[in-house]
Design a protein. Structure first.
Length: 279
């Protein structure tokens, strides 16, 4: 296997980061998880929009040659090298450089692309619904940085560990007002009385690429959509529950605590929008 570091394809075993790397030291960076299908990258423009917006917010310097076109070319080259361009999973990460918190002399952007084969059936709606719970030990802030796909991923990492310990498939992350922010690797959607509900921007959830794309498609198709504060109690009162991300599309949730959910509208949404992206 190989990686791409600062535009150069190298063996994955090569040592590329120093101990002073700010991404390693402080989580000072961002990342994108991207799907490639038959050498095409669905939602690539939205991934790049989120990445460059986040870099601007974090005041990360952008080298002249670090463009969306360059990133796409590097991804395709790496996937060809790793033989995963038919169905692949890409992780693109950027970090500020080297030094301490107050040191800016080493603020030279580094970027790393990793690519692995993905299951060709990944992205199909799951036949067996997910069983999920609520992570009790962390709360997402609702500040300007909460929507970033940040390299500082600790609450989600611990929530994922907790879910596995509880034998759940995923965990809901709450915000400081105890409303739903998102899940460990996905955004949250509910269906209630044929209205699609999702936590509003500013509720602490990561600004998901699939969430952004799907909301626009739903509105264009005439679905009733509401972005709002959502409590756990409201989630338990929903008719249907599903999660979205850029790798899996839609995953149907069949159970939260002792509440079960159906999936008729979820299945319709999958067939109308998600299936056409990849299959």
């Amino acid at each position: 296997m190989h990686i791409c570091f600062d535009g150069k394809i190298l063996p994955a075993t090569d040592k590329i980061l120093t101990a002073a790397n700010k991404g390693y030291r402080y989580g000072d960076g961002l990342f994108e998880t991207i799907r490639i299908v038959n050498s095409k990258i669905p939602l690539f423009e939205l991934h790049m929009e989120r990445l460059f917006e986040g870099m601007k917010m974090l005041e990360l310097s952008t080298p002249r040659l670090f463009t969306a076109e360059k990133i796409k070319a590097d991804i395709i080259s790496l996937c060809n090298k790793n033989q995963c361009n038919t169905a692949g999973r890409i992780r693109l990460s950027v970090s500020r450089g080297e030094g301490g918190i107050y040191e800016q002399d080493g603020d030279q952007l580094h970027y790393l692309i990793e690519a692995w084969p993905a299951n060709a059936s990944s992205g199909r709606l799951n036949e067996n619904g997910l069983i999920i719970g609520v992570y009790p030990y962390a709360r997402k802030s609702m500040d300007i940085f909460s929507s970033l796909k940040s390299a500082n991923y600790l609450p989600y990492t611990m929530a994922a560990r907790f879910a596995k310990q509880q034998q759940w498939d995923d965990c809901l992350i709450l915000n400081t007002e105890s409303n739903i922010a998102d899940a460990t690797i996905a955004n949250v959607f509910l269906v209630k009385n044929k209205t699609i509900l999702t936590p509003a921007a500013g509720e602490g959830g990561v600004k998901g690429v699939m969430r952004t794309w799907l909301l626009e498609k739903l509105k264009q198709a005439g679905y009733m959509v509401s972005e709002k504060k959502i409590s756990v109690a409201e989630a338990l009162d929903a008719d249907e529950f599903f999660l979205t991300n850029a790798m899996t599309g839609i995953r149907w949730v069949s159970q939260l605590e002792n509440r079960s959910f159906t999936n008729q509208i979820t299945l319709s949404i999958y067939r109308e929008f998600i299936e056409q992206l990849w299959f």
